[in-house]
Each structure stands twice: as structure tokens, then as C-alpha cells.
Write a new protein. Structure first.
Length: 197
């Protein structure tokens, strides 16, 4: 990085370089950890001999749908409401490596698994948490693709790419006219009238 700065005739303070390196490492770890969680849960589910394929699939889908609603709500009302400042950086620098702390998804899904296990039993908890963690892993991969390789995203998922890029163009973290909060799906935006084509 310092060599690149020297050739371009610019200089960033060491603290800025260190923060960018930390952000990049956090992003890489976040994508890796959150992609690994569903595989870990799937391995745990395979060890449960009482699980039957059809209910497993149903509750996995319910977990995935539940995740997509939480993703929409969190993005709309938390990141664009309660904690605008941190998310504003993502809107200001959409191609910079901003991400939640890498362990956030693992911590949330561990807590979800424990709470659901205590209230619904381990079998059902594993299925729902597997669906939710699959959704979060897909979100991490898709969001990374859209922001770090837009040309590939335009080819692989053109509608979702356009949907998310329109979200970035129509407003910043404090704008009242922001739209298209969903990343994995446009369904909740359509349902809650925040969809813009």
C-alpha cells in the first residue's frame, strides 16, 4: 500500500492505513466465518438421528425467510435509524471494506440456537438456525460481490445488483427517501412499499 502511495505521489497517515488493513481483514474473516456457520450447523443436524427430511426442509426455509425479514428490518430501522453514523460510512464509501465485526454472525446464531433449543428443542432449533445462518452467509457473499466486483454481480444477479445499487443512489443513511433495503430479496421492500424499480 505504501509503495502504491509513493508511485501515485500521495501519502496516507499510518493510522488510516492500519484502519484500512484492519477493515479488510475483518471483512475477509466475516465472509469466511459466516459462510462456515451453516456447514457447522448442518454437521450438527446430521448427528441428530431424530430429524426427518421433510420437516427439516420446512423449518430450514422458515429460518431463511425469517432471516430475510430480520435483514430488511435491521437495515431499514436500525442502520438507517438508530445507528446511522456507522452505516453512513458504508454509503459514503460503498466499495470500501466495511463490515460488521467478523464474529457478529457467529455470536447471534449461537444465541439464537441456545434460545430456540431451550424453547423449542434442539432438533427444531438446529433447523431454524441453519436456515437463518444460511441466509446470513448468502447475504455476506452477495453483499461482498455487489460491492467488490460489480461487473460480475451485474452478470450473475442483475436484478439484485440493480436493486441494491439503487438503494445507494437514492439516499444516504439519513435520507428520508431511501429505498430497497433488502439485499437477498426484494419481497419485503415490495410488501412494505419501499421498493423502487
Amino acid at each position: 500500500m505504501r509503495r502504491l502511495q509513493a508511485t501515485m505521489g500521495c501519502h496516507m497517515p499510518d493510522a488510516v492505513l492500519d484502519q484500512k488493513a484492519t477493515d479488510e481483514l475483518n471483512l475477509r474473516l466475516s465472509v469466511a466465518f459466516n459462510t462456515a456457520v451453516p456447514f457447522l450447523l448442518f454437521g450438527m443436524a446430521l448427528g441428530q438421528t431424530s430429524l426427518v427430511a421433510v420437516p427439516v426442509l420446512f423449518w430450514w426455509i422458515m429460518g431463511l425467510i425469517g432471516y430475510s425479514l430480520v435483514e430488511y428490518a435491521f437495515h431499514r430501522w436500525i442502520l438507517h435509524g438508530l445507528v446511522k453514523h456507522g452505516h453512513h460510512l458504508h454509503h459514503f464509501e460503498p466499495f470500501a471494506p466495511h463490515a460488521m465485526p467478523f464474529c457478529a454472525g457467529l455470536c447471534v446464531h449461537t444465541l439464537l440456537l441456545v434460545i430456540l433449543s431451550l424453547s423449542l428443542g434442539l432438533d427444531l432449533a438446529l433447523c431454524i438456525t441453519l436456515g437463518s445462518s444460511t441466509g446470513y452467509a448468502l447475504y455476506c457473499q452477495l453483499h461482498e460481490l455487489i460491492h467488490r466486483d460489480p461487473s460480475l454481480a451485474r452478470r450473475l444477479v442483475p436484478r439484485l445488483h440493480r436493486h441494491h445499487m439503487l438503494h445507494h443512489r437514492t439516499g444516504n443513511a439519513s435520507a428520508g427517501d431511501a429505498c430497497n433495503y433488502g439485499v437477498l430479496t426484494t419481497f419485503w421492500d415490495r410488501l412494505f412499499a419501499t421498493f423502487r424499480p
